[in-house]
Design a protein around this ligand. Structure first.
Ligand code: SF4
Length: 318
């Protein structure tokens, strides 16, 4: 017998690492194995401090710009979020061996934007200003070619050069529901606008949000394991709140949990952003198990079997 309060835990599945994140982390580890430490990584390889610290301990040096790389004999890896075209060009000019760990699903958006541009369309990007993926996508085309919209109001104020010749692309990690409203608003104003065959929001973002929608209405609280600078993790917290969960929190580690908030709950949902490793979910579950008698169920809403091979530069080296 235990005198701990009972807590029903519903674990979202899928949760945590996606194929693009696994590939990016593997790229850094493989580069370290082949080239030896240090290797340089432009920007956090994925938005998770635990992952970044782990790679730093193995010999990765994280920089924000290429001019912070003093030793051009060492490879530089571009993060999963993608980079503007000017960055690989700068690497070539400085004779830096660049390994591009941009997620293939982000690269797909880059190619869509380029194709529209070549076909003479003005490109509208739905996304969040300043996020590295958005910076990278905007940087695929000459300055001023892509217009970023973040809200329905932005769409109402749009002044395109030619209303008949427009296309849209989106960031991969947005809220599915918000993006649908944005795309509806775009198509209401510009009915001839062209978009992707399927939305650009990636499978991992879609599946993790669907799982949260399923669980959020039936639990007292929901925890998203992930970093505060992770777009898809932030969206999971928002989706939980909008789906009726009164207490949704984003935490990186067990030490970040505000235990007073969770003292009266009898059910808890747990998920993890696409850049959060499962070991942190386990750490948080263990911390709950110290305070509650847990009854854990996994609620699976989709199967994932996506795999991306290592970046081309590493496959060639192997
Ligand atoms: S969240 Fe989606 S777009 Fe981002 S790395 Fe993962 S699979 Fe790629």
């Amino acid at each position: 017998m235990t005198d701990k309060p009972k807590l029903r835990v519903l674990l979202c599945a899928p949760r945590g690492f996606c194929a693009g994140v696994v590939r990016a982390i593997d790229a850094v580890e493989e580069a370290l194995r082949i080239h030896g430490a240090p290797v340089y990584v432009r920007h956090e390889i994925v938005h998770n401090k635990y992952v970044v610290e782990g790679l730093r301990a193995k010999g990765a040096i994280f920089v924000e710009e290429l001019d912070e790389v003093p030793d051009t004999s060492k490879p530089v890896i571009f993060s999963a979020h993608g980079v503007p075209k000017a960055i690989p060009e700068e690497a070539v000019a400085r004779n830096i061996f660049a390994i591009d760990a941009t997620c293939p699903l982000v690269t797909k958006v880059h190619r869509e934007a380029e194709l529209h541009f070549r076909q003479g369309r003005q490109v509208i990007l739905v996304g969040h200003a300043g996020h590295p993926e958005v910076v990278g996508t905007i940087g695929q085309l000459p300055p001023g070619s892509i217009i970023l919209v973040q809200t329905v109001e932005d769409i109402e104020n749009l002044q395109p050069k030619d209303e008949e010749n427009l296309a849209y692309v989106t960031q991969t990690t947005l809220s599915i529901d918000d993006t649908r409203s944005m795309v509806d608003a775009l198509l209401r104003r510009f009915p001839r606008m062209i978009g992707p065959h399927r939305e650009d929001i990636c499978y991992a973002t879609t599946n993790r949000q669907e799982a949260v929608k399923h669980i959020a209405p039936v639990v007292d609280a929901l925890l998203v394991v992930g970093s505060s600078n992770s777009s898809n993790s932030q969206r999971l917290k928002e989706v939980a709140e909008r789906s009726g969960c009164k207490l949704a929190r984003l935490v990186l580690r067990a030490e970040d949990v505000d235990w007073d908030l969770f003292s009266g709950i009898t059910s808890l949902g747990i998920t993890a952003g696409a850049s959060a490793p499962e070991i942190l979910v386990e750490e948080i579950m263990d911390a709950f198990a110290e305070r509650f008698e847990l009854h854990v169920e996994t609620v699976s809403t989709a199967d994932e079997a996506v795999f991306f091979p290592l970046p081309r530069e590493l496959r060639q080296a192997v």
